[in-house]
Design a protein. Structure first.
Length: 294
Protein backbone atom coordinates (compact mmCIF):
# COMPACT_ATOMS: atom_id res chain seq x y z
CA UNK A 1 0.00 0.00 0.00
CA UNK A 2 2.87 2.39 0.76
CA UNK A 3 4.36 1.74 -2.68
CA UNK A 4 0.96 2.37 -4.27
CA UNK A 5 0.66 5.63 -2.31
CA UNK A 6 4.09 6.79 -3.47
CA UNK A 7 3.18 6.10 -7.10
CA UNK A 8 0.13 8.25 -6.58
CA UNK A 9 2.25 11.26 -5.61
CA UNK A 10 2.12 12.93 -9.08
CA UNK A 11 -1.67 13.03 -8.75
CA UNK A 12 -1.29 15.40 -5.82
CA UNK A 13 1.30 17.68 -7.45
CA UNK A 14 0.60 20.50 -9.85
CA UNK A 15 3.56 21.99 -11.76
CA UNK A 16 2.13 25.51 -11.86
CA UNK A 17 1.25 25.50 -8.16
CA UNK A 18 4.65 24.11 -7.24
CA UNK A 19 6.45 26.84 -9.18
CA UNK A 20 4.38 29.51 -7.42
CA UNK A 21 5.01 27.94 -4.01
CA UNK A 22 8.76 27.72 -4.67
CA UNK A 23 8.89 31.37 -5.76
CA UNK A 24 7.00 32.56 -2.68
CA UNK A 25 9.24 30.58 -0.35
CA UNK A 26 12.35 31.85 -2.15
CA UNK A 27 11.22 35.45 -1.61
CA UNK A 28 10.48 34.83 2.06
CA UNK A 29 13.86 33.16 2.62
CA UNK A 30 15.62 35.99 0.77
CA UNK A 31 13.96 38.63 2.94
CA UNK A 32 14.64 36.65 6.12
CA UNK A 33 18.33 36.17 5.35
CA UNK A 34 18.70 39.87 4.52
CA UNK A 35 16.96 40.87 7.77
CA UNK A 36 19.15 38.45 9.73
CA UNK A 37 22.27 39.81 8.02
CA UNK A 38 21.25 43.36 8.96
CA UNK A 39 20.66 42.34 12.56
CA UNK A 40 23.92 40.42 12.88
CA UNK A 41 25.87 43.22 11.19
CA UNK A 42 24.49 45.94 13.46
CA UNK A 43 25.14 43.81 16.54
CA UNK A 44 28.73 43.25 15.42
CA UNK A 45 29.16 47.00 14.85
CA UNK A 46 27.70 47.79 18.28
CA UNK A 47 30.06 45.32 19.98
CA UNK A 48 33.08 46.72 18.15
CA UNK A 49 32.08 50.29 18.97
CA UNK A 50 31.66 49.42 22.64
CA UNK A 51 35.05 47.70 22.76
CA UNK A 52 36.79 50.63 21.09
CA UNK A 53 35.22 53.38 23.18
CA UNK A 54 34.85 51.71 26.58
CA UNK A 55 38.42 52.55 27.57
CA UNK A 56 38.98 55.81 25.68
CA UNK A 57 39.00 59.35 27.01
CA UNK A 58 39.33 62.79 25.47
CA UNK A 59 41.19 65.30 27.66
CA UNK A 60 40.83 69.01 26.93
CA UNK A 61 43.45 71.37 28.34
CA UNK A 62 41.66 74.71 28.65
CA UNK A 63 43.96 77.72 28.68
CA UNK A 64 43.47 80.98 26.80
CA UNK A 65 47.12 82.06 26.41
CA UNK A 66 49.09 79.94 23.95
CA UNK A 67 52.36 79.65 25.91
CA UNK A 68 50.63 78.66 29.15
CA UNK A 69 48.44 76.23 27.22
CA UNK A 70 51.50 74.49 25.79
CA UNK A 71 53.13 74.21 29.20
CA UNK A 72 49.95 72.88 30.81
CA UNK A 73 49.50 70.39 27.99
CA UNK A 74 53.04 69.08 28.48
CA UNK A 75 52.43 68.60 32.23
CA UNK A 76 49.13 66.81 31.72
CA UNK A 77 50.56 64.59 28.99
CA UNK A 78 53.51 63.61 31.18
CA UNK A 79 51.22 62.82 34.12
CA UNK A 80 48.97 60.68 31.95
CA UNK A 81 51.85 58.73 30.45
CA UNK A 82 53.21 58.08 33.94
CA UNK A 83 49.89 56.61 35.12
CA UNK A 84 49.73 52.79 35.15
CA UNK A 85 46.08 53.03 34.09
CA UNK A 86 46.99 54.66 30.76
CA UNK A 87 48.06 52.46 27.87
CA UNK A 88 48.52 55.32 25.40
CA UNK A 89 48.23 59.11 25.54
CA UNK A 90 48.82 61.28 22.47
CA UNK A 91 48.09 64.87 21.59
CA UNK A 92 45.81 65.61 18.68
CA UNK A 93 47.70 67.61 16.05
CA UNK A 94 46.65 71.30 16.30
CA UNK A 95 46.65 71.44 12.51
CA UNK A 96 44.02 68.67 12.47
CA UNK A 97 41.89 70.61 14.97
CA UNK A 98 42.19 73.72 12.78
CA UNK A 99 41.13 71.71 9.75
CA UNK A 100 38.02 70.46 11.56
CA UNK A 101 37.13 74.00 12.70
CA UNK A 102 37.74 75.64 9.31
CA UNK A 103 34.15 75.13 8.00
CA UNK A 104 32.87 77.23 10.94
CA UNK A 105 35.74 79.66 11.63
CA UNK A 106 37.32 80.00 8.21
CA UNK A 107 40.96 81.08 8.08
CA UNK A 108 40.84 82.16 11.74
CA UNK A 109 40.78 78.47 12.77
CA UNK A 110 44.60 78.35 12.42
CA UNK A 111 45.20 81.55 14.43
CA UNK A 112 47.34 80.81 17.50
CA UNK A 113 45.58 83.61 19.37
CA UNK A 114 42.29 81.73 19.15
CA UNK A 115 41.71 80.05 22.55
CA UNK A 116 41.17 76.53 21.23
CA UNK A 117 41.77 73.86 23.92
CA UNK A 118 44.50 71.32 23.39
CA UNK A 119 43.09 67.83 22.91
CA UNK A 120 44.61 64.58 24.16
CA UNK A 121 43.44 61.11 23.16
CA UNK A 122 43.85 58.60 25.98
CA UNK A 123 43.53 54.80 25.81
CA UNK A 124 43.10 53.16 29.22
CA UNK A 125 44.52 49.82 30.26
CA UNK A 126 41.11 48.96 31.74
CA UNK A 127 37.66 50.42 30.97
CA UNK A 128 36.67 50.24 34.66
CA UNK A 129 35.17 53.34 36.29
CA UNK A 130 37.86 53.24 38.98
CA UNK A 131 40.57 53.60 36.30
CA UNK A 132 38.77 56.61 34.82
CA UNK A 133 38.61 58.22 38.26
CA UNK A 134 42.34 57.69 38.92
CA UNK A 135 43.31 59.09 35.51
CA UNK A 136 41.07 62.12 36.06
CA UNK A 137 42.68 62.80 39.43
CA UNK A 138 46.18 62.44 37.96
CA UNK A 139 45.39 65.00 35.25
CA UNK A 140 43.92 67.50 37.68
CA UNK A 141 46.83 67.22 40.13
CA UNK A 142 49.00 68.96 37.51
CA UNK A 143 47.15 72.20 38.28
CA UNK A 144 45.96 72.62 34.71
CA UNK A 145 42.34 73.37 33.85
CA UNK A 146 41.21 70.15 32.21
CA UNK A 147 37.94 68.68 31.02
CA UNK A 148 37.73 64.92 30.61
CA UNK A 149 35.09 63.30 28.41
CA UNK A 150 34.51 59.58 28.23
CA UNK A 151 34.00 58.74 24.57
CA UNK A 152 31.65 55.92 25.50
CA UNK A 153 29.22 58.51 26.85
CA UNK A 154 28.88 60.73 23.80
CA UNK A 155 28.71 57.74 21.46
CA UNK A 156 26.01 55.98 23.49
CA UNK A 157 23.22 57.28 21.19
CA UNK A 158 24.94 55.55 18.28
CA UNK A 159 25.15 52.32 20.25
CA UNK A 160 21.48 52.66 21.16
CA UNK A 161 20.57 53.16 17.51
CA UNK A 162 22.50 50.06 16.50
CA UNK A 163 20.78 48.00 19.19
CA UNK A 164 17.40 49.31 18.05
CA UNK A 165 18.14 48.32 14.47
CA UNK A 166 19.11 44.84 15.68
CA UNK A 167 15.80 44.51 17.54
CA UNK A 168 13.91 45.64 14.42
CA UNK A 169 15.78 43.04 12.36
CA UNK A 170 14.93 40.32 14.88
CA UNK A 171 11.26 41.34 14.74
CA UNK A 172 11.36 41.15 10.94
CA UNK A 173 12.84 37.65 11.11
CA UNK A 174 10.10 36.57 13.51
CA UNK A 175 7.35 38.05 11.32
CA UNK A 176 8.76 36.45 8.17
CA UNK A 177 8.98 33.11 9.96
CA UNK A 178 5.33 33.39 10.95
CA UNK A 179 4.43 34.40 7.38
CA UNK A 180 6.25 31.35 6.03
CA UNK A 181 4.35 29.03 8.35
CA UNK A 182 1.07 30.67 7.28
CA UNK A 183 1.91 30.33 3.58
CA UNK A 184 2.81 26.66 3.95
CA UNK A 185 -0.37 26.00 5.90
CA UNK A 186 -2.52 27.71 3.26
CA UNK A 187 -0.73 25.85 0.47
CA UNK A 188 -1.26 22.51 2.18
CA UNK A 189 -4.97 23.20 2.70
CA UNK A 190 -5.35 24.43 -0.89
CA UNK A 191 -3.74 21.22 -2.09
CA UNK A 192 -6.18 19.18 -0.03
CA UNK A 193 -9.13 21.08 -1.48
CA UNK A 194 -7.82 20.77 -5.04
CA UNK A 195 -7.28 17.00 -4.76
CA UNK A 196 -10.21 16.15 -2.50
CA UNK A 197 -11.71 13.67 -4.99
CA UNK A 198 -8.37 11.90 -5.45
CA UNK A 199 -7.86 11.72 -1.70
CA UNK A 200 -11.29 10.18 -1.19
CA UNK A 201 -10.50 7.50 -3.78
CA UNK A 202 -7.15 6.78 -2.15
CA UNK A 203 -8.89 6.53 1.22
CA UNK A 204 -11.26 3.94 -0.21
CA UNK A 205 -8.25 2.02 -1.52
CA UNK A 206 -6.86 1.86 2.01
CA UNK A 207 -4.47 4.82 2.25
CA UNK A 208 -4.21 6.28 5.75
CA UNK A 209 -4.16 9.92 6.77
CA UNK A 210 -0.50 9.67 7.66
CA UNK A 211 0.39 8.26 4.24
CA UNK A 212 -1.51 11.03 2.50
CA UNK A 213 0.09 13.62 4.77
CA UNK A 214 3.49 12.23 3.81
CA UNK A 215 2.73 12.94 0.14
CA UNK A 216 1.94 16.60 0.81
CA UNK A 217 4.88 16.82 3.18
CA UNK A 218 7.19 15.51 0.48
CA UNK A 219 5.90 17.98 -2.06
CA UNK A 220 6.20 21.00 0.23
CA UNK A 221 9.62 19.89 1.48
CA UNK A 222 10.91 19.86 -2.10
CA UNK A 223 9.37 23.29 -2.72
CA UNK A 224 10.95 24.61 0.46
CA UNK A 225 14.32 23.10 -0.42
CA UNK A 226 14.47 24.72 -3.86
CA UNK A 227 13.04 27.98 -2.53
CA UNK A 228 15.48 28.02 0.36
CA UNK A 229 18.47 27.39 -1.88
CA UNK A 230 17.41 30.05 -4.37
CA UNK A 231 16.44 32.67 -1.82
CA UNK A 232 19.35 31.96 0.50
CA UNK A 233 21.86 32.00 -2.35
CA UNK A 234 20.56 35.29 -3.71
CA UNK A 235 20.60 36.88 -0.25
CA UNK A 236 24.16 35.67 0.38
CA UNK A 237 25.27 37.18 -2.92
CA UNK A 238 23.65 40.53 -2.11
CA UNK A 239 25.11 40.53 1.42
CA UNK A 240 28.58 39.76 0.05
CA UNK A 241 28.27 42.57 -2.51
CA UNK A 242 27.19 45.07 0.15
CA UNK A 243 30.04 43.88 2.40
CA UNK A 244 32.56 44.47 -0.39
CA UNK A 245 31.24 48.01 -0.87
CA UNK A 246 31.46 48.69 2.87
CA UNK A 247 35.02 47.33 3.01
CA UNK A 248 35.96 49.67 0.16
CA UNK A 249 34.98 52.67 2.32
CA UNK A 250 37.92 51.91 4.66
CA UNK A 251 35.92 53.32 7.56
CA UNK A 252 36.69 52.01 11.04
CA UNK A 253 33.06 52.31 12.16
CA UNK A 254 31.54 51.00 8.93
CA UNK A 255 33.89 48.01 8.91
CA UNK A 256 32.24 46.82 12.13
CA UNK A 257 29.13 45.96 10.12
CA UNK A 258 31.04 43.35 8.11
CA UNK A 259 29.98 39.79 8.85
CA UNK A 260 32.48 37.36 10.31
CA UNK A 261 32.64 33.56 9.96
CA UNK A 262 30.21 33.07 12.86
CA UNK A 263 27.63 35.39 11.33
CA UNK A 264 27.94 33.71 7.91
CA UNK A 265 27.47 30.30 9.53
CA UNK A 266 24.31 31.58 11.23
CA UNK A 267 22.95 32.87 7.91
CA UNK A 268 23.66 29.50 6.29
CA UNK A 269 21.36 27.87 8.84
CA UNK A 270 18.38 30.08 7.90
CA UNK A 271 17.39 28.15 4.72
CA UNK A 272 17.75 24.84 6.60
CA UNK A 273 15.50 26.17 9.34
CA UNK A 274 12.91 27.19 6.76
CA UNK A 275 12.94 23.73 5.18
CA UNK A 276 12.35 22.10 8.56
CA UNK A 277 9.67 24.66 9.44
CA UNK A 278 7.85 24.10 6.15
CA UNK A 279 7.98 20.32 6.51
CA UNK A 280 6.67 20.33 10.08
CA UNK A 281 3.96 22.93 9.35
CA UNK A 282 2.74 21.04 6.28
CA UNK A 283 2.48 17.76 8.17
CA UNK A 284 0.58 19.31 11.08
CA UNK A 285 -1.80 21.20 8.78
CA UNK A 286 -2.58 18.19 6.57
CA UNK A 287 -3.04 15.70 9.40
CA UNK A 288 -5.40 18.06 11.20
CA UNK A 289 -7.36 18.87 8.05
CA UNK A 290 -7.71 15.21 7.09
CA UNK A 291 -8.80 14.31 10.61
CA UNK A 292 -11.56 16.91 10.53
CA UNK A 293 -12.81 16.56 6.96
CA UNK A 294 -12.36 12.91 5.98
Amino acid sequence: MIARTRRAAPLLEGARGRRSMTAVLAILVFLTVMAAAMGLGTLAAERQLSRQLAGRLTVQVIEGEAARREAATARVLAALRASPDVALAVRVDPAEIARLLRPWLGADAADDALPVPALLDVDLSSPADAAVTRVTQAARRTGAEVRIDRQQGWMSPVSGLLRTLAVVAAAMVALLTAATAAVVMLAARAGLDAHRATIEVMHMLGSTDRQLAALFQRRITLDAMWGGLAGGGAAAAVAALVGARIAALRSELASGVLLGPGEWATLALVPLFFILLSTLTARIAVVRALGRAL
